[in-house]
Design a protein around this ligand. Structure first.
Ligand code: NAI
Length: 273
């Protein structure tokens, strides 16, 4: 039995990386997927891939910072499928600067607009639709950077920490309303996606404006010793979306290769201590 058969899932930031993997896995497991993003070319590619694999998916252009766009996308989803059961608030960017004092106000606002305003709007418009069909599962993409601080990513950490507690507060509101909606956050560690090539900011000097996955990996020790793949996160999202997680709300699923579990001293490659 497919794990989310018959459910309707809306995934933001679905054209790339973790969002694309979530859309593919949910479609493979029987969901009718509405995939949204601002990258229409990659969005079209994703839909073709899902359809080729026998899944059902539709793409909408959707900037998550636009309130009008949220109203349109949720209305279009209900018009298309009559319901909304699963909402994956995944779209996000990461801006880096050597120090928080180098972060421009415009970068701070761009960072928070996509990573926080976008998630706020997702529940503002998603919850009423879910209530109309008797409940659902909301999954917000946070990060290990929402659990602990990372130098040069302070603004990003602020948004991801915000998402973590926002999920818990909304979960309590929904539980109090007894509306059948579960709300949880997911905390990926270092996942090999295009986001690592896009980490930028307006700080000077320019060489401080980016962080590669290799640099991130070197800075942050990963006990399992390798970067995760987008599917590792999508599998966790699938679980939270499914009825198997019916007793989970207000919690956080950390998928990080052990980063937050602890650390140990790794023997050097030649075996000398
Ligand atoms: P990605 O860069 O591969 O995908 C992000 C997608 O969001 C892109 O398709 C992009 O077009 C879209 N997007 C950007 N701005 C948007 C906007 N205003 N409206 C709608 N869509 C927009 O990145 P990745 O890695 O797949 O990231 C997905 C989520 O996972 C993000 O929230 C990110 O912060 C989070 N995350 C990623 C980690 C990683 O190591 N890759 C680690 C922890 C969290």
């Amino acid at each position: 039995m497919s794990q989310v058969q018959g459910k309707v899932a809306l995934v933001t930031g679905a054209a790339s990386g973790i969002g694309a993997a979530c859309a593919e896995v949910l479609a493979r497991e029987g969901a009718r997927v509405v995939a949204t993003d601002i990258d229409d070319a990659r969005g079209a590619g994703l839909i073709a891939k899902i359809k080729q694999a026998g899944g059902e998916a539709k793409y909408f252009h959707h900037d998550v910072t636009s309130e009008a766009a949220w109203a349109e996308v949720v209305a279009a989803t209900e018009k298309l499928h009559g319901r909304l059961d699963i909402l994956v608030s995944n779209a996000g960017i990461a801006l880096s600067a050597p120090s928080i004092v180098d972060v421009s106000l415009s970068d701070w606002r761009r960072q928070t607009a996509i990573n926080l305003d976008g998630v706020f709007l997702s529940v503002k418009y998603g919850i009423p639709a879910m209530r109309r069909c008797g409940g659902g599962s909301i999954i917000m993409m946070s990060s290990v950077a929402g659990l602990r601080g990372t130098p040069s990513l302070a603004a990003y950490c602020a948004t991801k920490g915000g998402v973590r507690l926002f999920a818990k507060a909304v979960a309590m509101e929904c539980a109090q309303a007894n509306d059948g909606i579960r709300v949880n956050s997911v905390h990926p560690g270092i996942i090999d996606t295009p986001i690592w090539n896009k980490i930028t900011g307006t700080a000077t000097p320019p060489e401080h404006n980016s962080m590669t996955i290799a640099e991130g990996f070197a800075q942050l020790s990963v006990p399992l010793g390798f970067a995760g793949q987008a599917e590792d996160i999508a599998n966790g999202v699938l679980y939270l979306a499914s009825d198997a997680a019916r007793y989970l709300t207000g919690t956080e699923l950390i998928i990080d290769g052990g980063m937050t579990g602890g650390s140990f001293r790794r023997a050097p490659p030649d075996g000398n201590q």
